[in-house]
Design a protein around this ligand. Structure first.
Ligand SMILES: C[S@@+](CC[C@H](N)C(=O)[O-])C[C@H]1O[C@@H](n2cnc3c(N)ncnc32)[C@H](O)[C@@H]1O
Length: 226
């Protein structure tokens, strides 16, 4: 993967911008991040039209460089895969890398936005088969705690977006965060208790590879909607 500098971090334009959905959803690929709302005329989002087919929809939140997101799309060609990432440079870069690549998985799209703000609007109840939260930022400081990804409210929202049997998959190297998320999920009656899954069940993420190289322990679990 190219580095995060230089020409890959410019506004994706034209036909090669196909993986990035901000133009479609928000009116421009330079419109995204915090405080964006989908254009009323694209709601409810017609995911089958976006991917050109009906297929189970899998969402990764916070895909960063996209290592896991791309691997997931390649591993599940039968699925439609969507990523949401808050930082612009990762979204523009991934679009500029994949857009012109004839080998890029065509079942992959992504959005530059705050997943907490837009997910409930973009995904209808029961529309998601999988949600992946990999190594979320811990936001240690008390004054930053409000930036944390999974609150009780968001856990409930995510569970409603899942179809019956759908799963939320969590990986983290911060046991306190993994536990805090597990507590939020445990408060949602529709979700099963967390169940551990083994390394290799899902593709590795960038952060996971670093942790494993350093011998750091990693928590991996999923919760399932009944
Ligand atoms: C610690 S990094 C982990 C990156 C990657 N998942 C991995 O495992 O290597 C957390 C990522 O989540 C993104 N992120 C944090 N809050 C987010 C939010 N509310 N919506 C979307 N992405 C978010 C960050 O920008 C960052 O790319």
């Amino acid at each position: 993967m190219p580095r995060l500098r230089g020409p890959t971090v410019t506004l994706p334009q034209g036909e090669d911008a196909w993986p990035l959905l901000n133009a479609h959803l928000f009116g421009g690929n330079d419109v995204g991040g915090h405080n964006v709302a989908p254009r009323p005329d694209v709601l409810p989002v017609d995911w089958a039209a976006i991917y050109g087919r009906e297929a189970p929809l899998h969402l990764e939140i916070g895909y960063n460089r996209g290592k896991f997101l791309v691997a997931l799309a390649r591993r599940m060609p039968e699925a439609n895969v969507i990523g949401i990432e808050i930082r612009r440079r990762y979204c523009w870069r991934l679009a500029n890398v994949l857009g012109p690549d004839p080998e890029a998985p065509r079942n992959l799209r992504f959005i530059w936005a705050d997943a907490r703000a837009v997910s409930g609007v973009l995904f209808a109840p029961g529309s998601l088969t999988g949600v992946y939260i990999n190594f979320p930022d811990p936001w240690w400081k008390k004054r930053h705690a409000k930036r944390r990804l999974v609150t009780l409210g968001f856990a409930r929202e995510l569970s409603e977006m899942l179809r019956p049997g759908g799963r939320i998959w969590v990986k983290s190297d911060v046991p306190a965060i993994a536990e805090e998320f597990a507590e939020a999920f445990a408060a949602v009656p529709a979700l099963s208790p967390p169940e551990a899954f083994a390394e290799g069940t899902l593709p590795p993420t960038h952060r996971e590879a670093t942790c494993m190289a350093q011998g750091l322990p990693i928590v991996r679990y999923h919760v399932t909607r009944g």
